[in-house]
Design a protein around this ligand. Structure first.
Ligand SMILES: CC(=O)SCCNC(=O)CCNC(=O)[C@H](O)C(C)(C)COP(=O)(O)OP(=O)(O)OC[C@H]1O[C@@H](n2cnc3c(N)ncnc32)[C@H](O)[C@@H]1OP(=O)(O)O
Ligand SMILES: O=CC(=O)O
Ligand SMILES: [Mg+2]
Length: 567
């Protein structure tokens, strides 16, 4: 448990906030629950408030810089390497050595912080489980607070789950995966916790509460003396990594643990960040365990960054794979950068999941996953992601065949050849066609994903693929761009220009198809109509919303006493 020594007496003064016992300046507007109150105790809230107060101006400035960069890209600029930080890219330095507890990360499973899934993931045979508050989670109050409770029980080793329908009890095995936690991105507020009259920053809430309650137990039971471990999403610049580094240092100081105990893997999943990989590792050099190719957000970011560049339109979403030159270049440069700096270069997520009712289709899906993992292992990645426990044996086999008994390829796959990759390689426009069927699929997937998200589910199987916030974003921004610029699509061999009338017809027809596919009852009870309205607005808006989940978030914020609230 943390010490309160660094905070003043007045700051810990007791004040009631809708039943919660809170420090001065903190207001909890989410539903009261006795179990939540154990997570939201005064000391933990004080720690979160301290992080918020210390870093809020830095965060605000970083978000302003994002807006400024967007303005430049929209005026025709393209991202590139920063001449001012050439010395960081060109000088020789390494990150702190990899903690033994996480030397071998050949397969990592990911999933939302849902109770049964946490147990299944920790028992899955993967080396690491990334518990997700981000792409895979709909961040409503219940999910977030239950997620914190679940993680605490997981770290304590006491987590269990009784599936009453199947009369099955879930418990942890003796051997479990190592836990990493992914807090939300910098852009998302937490509107159920106000600090000094403003919504808290979502990721500081996720990180702060998890760290406060678990650092000691984690280091004892999981980290072999180091940790806790994190994944950091959606950064666009090393200044954002610098904030995380300072957050970690402050947390270590509060906990009285050695500097460099906390370790994090940064997802390189925005286009600007690929030009900042050395700089990001440099800022986090005492706290880093590598980088990861977050390919889905990366594709989303390519469209978003080039939203106003008509000469850089993407083909249909299904055609933008890792074999495209710009994607392969990104993965190769990430491997080279990480290995030069002595840390893991993690691969990403293949979208295929097991198909239970069709063995032939299942084998084809597995084969696609194997092929993707083989490319990653041969390229020099140290491990990869799996979306489902059923994929772990295949991923494990591919990486073990490639790496043998070595825990990783940090020393053996230097990939110095990738040092020659240029800005042009990283930005090369992907090849492929844009089709009416692509517009239809984007629409069908986007609406169904949003409908699930609004009802509390952040990752879903759709058409035998995993869909989450990152994959759904591609559907949204691609539709927006095609509509905005009246792009010509291939519609069964005929050129069809996208406009509002065509899109309205596509939306109507795809809604009918969704209703047929999910059944009338589920369609009526679900939030498909609300999702359709939201998705349509986002695709037809005059300016592109930065994130799908920012608008949608307003619809899942519930303040107590019960009232729907808009930020
Ligand atoms: C772009 C990115 O950011 S990728 C990372 C973020 N995305 C994710 O993490 C997605 C994680 N995966 C998932 O959420 C799920 O696998 C889905 C939604 C894609 C598919 O879910 P379902 O259709 O419910 O899977 P299915 O019915 O086959 O599940 C079978 C069993 O596996 C379990 N399972 C499935 N996926 C996972 C997982 N990722 N972690 C742990 N357990 C899982 C289920 O809980 C179920 O357990 P049970 O048999 O004990 O009841
Ligand atoms: O977070 C992972 C991604 O692909 O996006
Ligand atoms: Mg992502």
């Amino acid at each position: 448990m943390g010490s309160l020594g660094m905070y003043s007496e007045s700051a810990v003064r007791k004040k009631s906030s809708r039943g919660y016992d809170v420090p001065e300046g903190v207001d909890i507007r989410g539903r009261y629950d006795e179990e939540f109150a154990r997570i939201l105790n005064k000391e933990a809230l004080l720690f979160v408030a301290d992080l918020q107060r210390t870093f809020r101006n830095h965060i605000r400035y970083s978000m302003e810089c994002r807006r400024e960069a967007k303005r430049r890209y929209n005026e025709g600029a393209v991202p590139g390497f920063d001449p001012a930080t050439k010395y960081i890219r060109e000088s020789e330095w390494t990150c702190a050595s990899v903690p033994p507890a996480v030397a071998d990360r050949r397969v990592e499973i990911t999933g939302p912080v849902e109770r049964k899934m946490i147990i299944n993931a920790l028992n899955s045979g993967a080396k690491v489980f990334m518990a997700d508050f981000e792409d895979a989670l709909s961040p409503n109050w219940e999910n977030l607070m239950r997620g914190q409770i679940n993680l605490k029980d997981a770290v304590d080793g006491t987590i269990s789950f009784h599936d009453k329908a199947r009369n099955k009890v879930y418990k942890l095995n003796d051997q479990t995966a190592k836990l990493f936690v992914r807090p939300r991105g910098w852009h998302l507020p937490e509107a159920h916790i106000f600090i000094d009259g403003e919504p808290a920053t979502g990721c500081l809430v996720d990180f702060g509460l998890y760290f406060f309650h678990n650092h000691a137990n984690f280091r004892r039971s999981q980290g072999q003396g180091s940790g806790p471990f994190f994944y950091l999403p959606k950064m666009e610049h090393s200044r954002e990594a610098k904030i995380w580094n300072s957050v970690f240092e402050r947390a270590e100081k509060m906990a009285g643990i050695e500097r460099g105990s906390i370790r994090a893997t940064v997802l390189i999943e925005t286009l600007p960040a690929v030009f900042q990989m050395d700089e990001i590792l440099y800022e986090l050099r005492d706290h880093s365990v590598g980088l990861n190719c977050g390919r889905w957000d990366y594709i989303f970011s390519y469209v978003k960054t080039f939203q106003a560049h008509l000469d850089r339109l993407l083909p249909d979403r299904v055609q933008v794979g890792m074999a495209q030159h710009f994607m392969r270049s990104y993965s190769d440069l990430l491997i080279r950068t990480c290995h030069r700096r002595g840390v893991h270069a993690m691969g990403g997520m293949a979208a295929q999941i097991p198909i239970r009712d069709d063995p032939k289709a299942n084998e084809m899906a597995l084969e696609l996953v194997r092929k993707d993992k083989l490319r990653e292992a041969k390229a020099g990645h140290d491990g990869t992601w799996a979306a489902h426990p059923g994929l772990i044996p295949a991923c494990m086999e591919v990486f073990t065949n490639s790496m043998g008994n070595a825990p990783n390829q940090i020393r053996s796959a230097r990939r110095d050849d990738a040092a020659n990759l240029t800005e042009d390689d990283l930005l090369q426009q992907p090849r492929g066609v844009r089709t009416l069927e692509g517009l239809r699929l984007n629409t069908r997937v986007g609406i169904q994903y949003l409908a699930a998200w609004l009802t509390g589910t952040g990752s879903v199987p759709l058409y035998n693929l995993m869909e989450d916030a990152a994959t759904a974003e591609i559907s949204r921004v691609q539709n927006w761009q095609w509509l905005k610029y009246g792009v010509e699509l291939d519609g069964d061999g005929l050129g069809v220009r996208v406009n509002k009338e065509l899109f309205a017809r596509v939306v109507e027809e795809e809604m009918e198809r969704i209703e047929r596919e999910v059944g009338k009852e589920k369609f009526r009870k679900g939030m498909y109509k609300e999702a359709c309205k939201m998705f349509t607005r986002q695709c037809t808006a005059p300016t592109l919303d930065d994130f799908l989940t920012l608008d949608a978030y307003n619809h899942i914020v519930i303040h107590h006493p019960r009232e729907l609230s808009r930020l």
